[in-house]
Structure formats: C-alpha cells, structure tokens
Design a protein around this ligand. Structure first.
Ligand code: DOR
Ligand code: ZN
Ligand code: ZN
Length: 405
C-alpha cells in the first residue's frame, strides 16, 4: 500500500496534517498517524495534499504532430504538474471527426497515457467549419465537441451542430474568435452570437479561454438568465498581459495576452463565479517553429507544469482565494461540467491526488519539463505550490524524490 506521510489536507479551508493510506486505487484511510509498517512511504511534509487537477483544455498532438508532443510525453508532463485527467483537443491528423478517425487517437491513449485522457470530438469535418462531423456516432465516445484552434464562423453550421449535440445530450466547447474581426472584438462578437444560439437551441455550451471584459459581461448576463453556459480562463490570461509579450513568441497564443484592464476583468470573473474553471490550453510547439518571426510563429504555450503553482502563488498565497476555491476551479467544477470523476480526499475516494509543496518556492525551469516542447513565458518564475508527487488511480505517476521506503 502507498502511505502519504505528514502532508496537510484542507478541512473547512484550514490545513490539517494527516497521513493518507492508499490501497487498490482508493483512499483506504485518513488519520493523524498511520504507521509505516510495510507500506511504500512518501514524505509529504510541507505539502498540501489535494485532488489531482482535471484540465479540460489541452493539446496532446498525437496523432499527427508527434514532433511537438505525444500522448506519452504530454501525459507525463501533466502528471508532473499534478494533473490526473486531461481533455485532448481535436486539432490532430487524422482529425477525430468520425468514429474511424477517433480510433487512432483512442489507440494511442490506450497504449501510452499514464493518466486519464478524454478526447474531444470535432464539431465539423476536419475542423474546416463547413460540413458537420459524425456528431451522433461520436457522442457515445467523447465527453464534448470542439473545433479548437478555430472558430466555427458559419453561424448556420454552428446552429445545426448545436441542435445535434443537444439531441445527443452532449456539449460544445468553443474557441470563440470570429473571423473578420480583430483584437478583443473578435472574441466578444463570437461570444455574443454563440450565446444567443446556445440559448435558442438549448445546447450546453462551454466557452474556452475567455479573456475580455465584454465576453465576461455577456456570459455573466446569460448565466443570470439561466443559460446552460460555462467558461474557462487560463493562467496566462490571469497572470500576464500584453506588456509581457515583448516580441517573444513564447508569449504568443490565441486568444492573445490582453490589456491590464482585461486581465483584471478575467480575475474578477473568476472570483465572482462568472468563470467556472481554470484550464491550461497546453499547446506545445517545437523550438524551430517558435523560432520563426513573431507574426509567423504558431500560437500556443505549454501549461501543464505551471498550472498548480501559478494558481496557488497568484491566488491562494496572496489571500485572494481559498484552498476550496482552487480545488473547485481546477478539479471540482471541471469534473461536474464535463462528467469526469475526480479524486475526493476522503476515505473511499478515488486516489487521484496531487501533492503541492507550499512551504518552499521552486524556480520553474523549462529545460526540465517532461513535455517535448519548451514554449513557455513562465521560465525561471519562482513559485510556491509546485507539485512534487502525483497519484493517479492509486498509482504513483510522478515522484520528485519523495519516496522514503
Ligand atoms: O494558442 C493556441 N494554441 N490557441 C489555440 O486555439 C490553438 C492552440 C494550438 O493548437 O497550438
Ligand atoms: Zn482555442
Ligand atoms: Zn486550445
């Protein structure tokens, strides 16, 4: 059995030191003291033991772009970050727009994933925004649909997709940046028209990576009116703004870093519940791709290993939010919205666990990432709450030297 020794768990928002015994994929016992006996013991002193994160927005690049990332390297990096389940976006080759195409991705997941991976189905054929994907057939195999990387700009097609997804009891996660608009308008225009359609069709709708004041205003109002709408925000939009770009392609992503005001609005939206969750948009790109001139370089930054420490350092350590808030944003709310089981830190709970070093600051070093790619604007950041040990379905999938016996 696995014994996590000397860590703290959050009880009513205060941390209490507890030993945790894990057996057969579940938490068997939580007590102030559990003897080491013959167990596999991990030193968790100085840590907060919490639920593994569920990242509902990631790009794992396999099949099709294995020079950027693979299921194996991506899930290793996620595990290092304390993430125990990821949802993989469908901008792949072949694109999972049919059951036959999805089979390639499912096979790779089955073979190599070290944590749970849930693929998105595409909304349109090849994510081209023209004909619909095999939504009905895919619905049984995926948790949600998305054309991420692209906006479904043809409103007729989108409405058709929404009706179909609604019929199947599914959900759409949208990359909302309308074609033909620039700056924050591209996002807010898409969010507005898609909100209207979601209300009209009754389709469960999730907005990916929202980042502008106007978008949050739209979502706030729609939620008040009872629409079945949720949205996610990203650590980079919470903790960086356009001043941080400085021509560095490692700070280039879509949607881009915004003004200081939009950044503040993003944080407010999270704190007031307009934004439901935090996801990473982990989007690896190879060094030679990111070495291109700024305008030509691809959008995207890696994010698995910085999610927990950025949120902990930026929001919990500063006192802006509580342990419970963080757990809700990275685990509970994604779990509820997308129907993904999570590791509750209770006796009998599934052992999907992250162990965050909250006593010591770690300097994030992109050279040490387990991702295949190194495109991050957070290199050299000094952060609290770095994950040091991950248990996924009862197995240790990442250990930063915590094993004692
Ligand atoms: O920054 C981004 N990178 N935004 C997207 O929507 C796509 C993603 C990617 O696939 O690289
Ligand atoms: Zn996107
Ligand atoms: Zn994305």
């Amino acid at each position: 059995m696995i014994l996590l020794k000397g860590g703290k768990i959050a009880e009513n928002n205060t941390l209490v030191a507890k030993d945790i015994l894990i057996d057969c994929g579940r938490i068997a016992r939580i007590a102030p003291f559990i003897p080491a006996d013959g167990n596999e013991v991990y030193d968790c002193r100085g840590t907060w033991i919490t639920s593994g994160a569920i990242d509902v927005h990631a790009h794992l690049r396999e099949p099709g772009y294995e020079h950027k990332e693979t299921i194996l390297t991506g899930t290793r990096s996620a595990a290092k970050g304390g993430i125990t389940a990821v949802m993989a976006m469908p901008n792949l080759t072949p694109c999972p727009d049919s059951v036959a195409n999805l089979a390639y991705e499912l096979k790779a997941i089955q073979k190599d994933a070290i944590i749970k991976v849930y693929p998105y189905g595409a909304v349109t054929k090849g994510e081209k925004g023209e004909g619909l994907a095999e939504i009905k057939e895919l619905a049984a195999l995926v948790k949600a649909f998305s054309d991420d990387g692209r906006c479904v700009s043809n409103v007729k097609i989108l409405e058709e997709a929404m009706k179909l997804v609604k019929e199947c009891g599914g959900m759409i996660a949208s990359h909302s940046e309308a074609e033909g608009y620039s700056g924050t308008r591209a996002e807010s225009v898409a969010v507005e028209r898609e909100t209207e359609l979601a209300i009209k069709t009754g389709c469960a709708y999730h907005f990916c990576h929202l980042s502008t004041k106007k978008s949050f205003e739209t979502v706030r109002a729609a939620k008040k009116a009872g629409a079945d709408i949720t949205c996610e925000v990203m650590p980079h939009h919470l903790f960086l703004d356009e001043e941080d770009v400085k021509g560095d392609t490692n700070a280039k992503m879509a949607p881009p870093l915004r003004s200081a005001e939009d950044r503040a609005e993003t944080l407010d939206a999270l704190l007031d519940g307009t934004a439901d969750m935090i996801a990473t948009d982990h989007a690896p790109h190879a060094p030679d791709e990111k070495a291109m001139p700024f305008l030509l370089a691809p959008n995207g930054i890696i994010g698995f290993e910085t999610l927990m420490p950025l949120v902990y350092t930026g929001l919990i350590k500063t006192g802006l939010a509580t342990y419970k808030d963080m757990q809700n944003w990275v685990t509970v709310n994604p779990s509820n919205r997308f129907g993904i089981p999570y590791g509750k830190i209770i006796e009998g709970g599934m052992a999907d666990i992250a162990v965050l070093d909250i006593d010591n600051a770690h300097r994030y070093d992109k050279q040490k990432t387990l991702s295949k790619s190194k495109n991050t604007p957070f290199d050299r950041s000094l952060l609290y709450g770095t994950n040091v040990l991950t248990v996924a379905e009862g197995k240790v999938v990442y250990d930063n030297n915590r094993r004692m016996t």
